[in-house]
Design a protein. Structure first.
Length: 263
């Protein structure tokens, strides 16, 4: 029976992991990888291996899918802010008795010269912007922008891969773009739009980190929405290499508990 790994994807790390698993020596000997995409992006980037699209029906539905498709290991490589999916994955893996690990790229950390203001949520970020006037570069994704819709005295430049969901602030300009971005390009964007403050989620990674460097160089404040906490008892690793190390005993049939740290 082929060893089956389910990757909950949608991130660059998930695509790299799928490629690494497809190229893994065990793949030719009966190693199988399936990447699940939520289906929220109309034109997702290609992913090696098998791909399924759409939700599972919560933790219970995912647990049923894990059993029905004889999944041997679950890798949650979703976005660091996909808290509901991560919670459902942890519950489903435990219910189905499937070893699980969370792949989370390291978060961003300030360096000398940064003017960062940490907040726990989008609502708190909107509160941090309270006051008349100002131009805001909002890079928190296309979801959840209703938290800023009541700020009628500010102008927002919203950048996302796809058009954001309403409601939006009344004075909003939408910029559709996909990273990676360069420091030179971000610096020019901030200047051209006369940005006063940057608002971002702590997504981590290099693809969108250039805006932080550009903001530092221009002396701009940055409101950083920090990540939600991971569910208790889950194993988290920072990169694809660490996932492959974690998978070794699983794909060899030795097992590795969801709350264990495997070498």
């Amino acid at each position: 029976m082929p060893r089956h790994v389910l990757v909950l994807g949608g991130t660059a790390e998930a695509r790299r992991l799928a490629a690494a698993l497809v190229a893994h020596p065990a793949h030719a000997a009966g190693f199988r990888v399936t990447t699940s995409l939520a289906g929220r992006t109309a034109r997702p980037e290609a992913v090696p291996g098998e791909v399924r699209t759409g939700g599972f029906g919560g933790a219970e539905g995912l647990a049923r899918w894990l059993r029905a498709h004889r999944v041997d290991a679950l890798v949650d490589a979703t976005h660091p802010f996909a808290a509901s999916i991560t919670a459902h994955a942890a519950r489903a893996a435990a219910a189905a008795g499937v070893p699980a690990v969370v792949l989370r790229r390291p978060g961003w950390r300030p360096v000398p010269g940064d003017r960062w203001y940490d907040v726990p949520s989008l609502a708190a970020a909107a509160e941090a912007l309270a006051g008349p006037g100002g131009r805001v570069f909002l890079t928190t994704g296309r979801l959840g922008l209703a938290a800023f819709a009541h700020l009628t005295d500010r102008h927002f430049l919203v950048r996302s891969v796809e058009r954001p969901d309403p409601p939006l602030p009344p004075h909003t300009e939408v910029l559709l773009a996909r990273g990676p971005f360069t420091v030179d390009g971000e610096r020019e964007l901030l200047r051209a739009h006369r940005i006063d403050v940057l608002v971002t989620k702590d997504s981590g990674g290099e693809a969108t980190a250039a805006k932080l460097t550009a903001a530092r160089e221009l002396g701009l404040p940055v409101v950083v929405v920090r990540r939600p906490a991971l569910p208790a008892g889950v194993t988290a690793v920072p990169d694809v290499t660490a996932v492959l190390r974690w998978l070794d005993p699983v794909t060899a049939g030795q097992g590795c508990g969801a709350a264990d740290t495997c070498p």
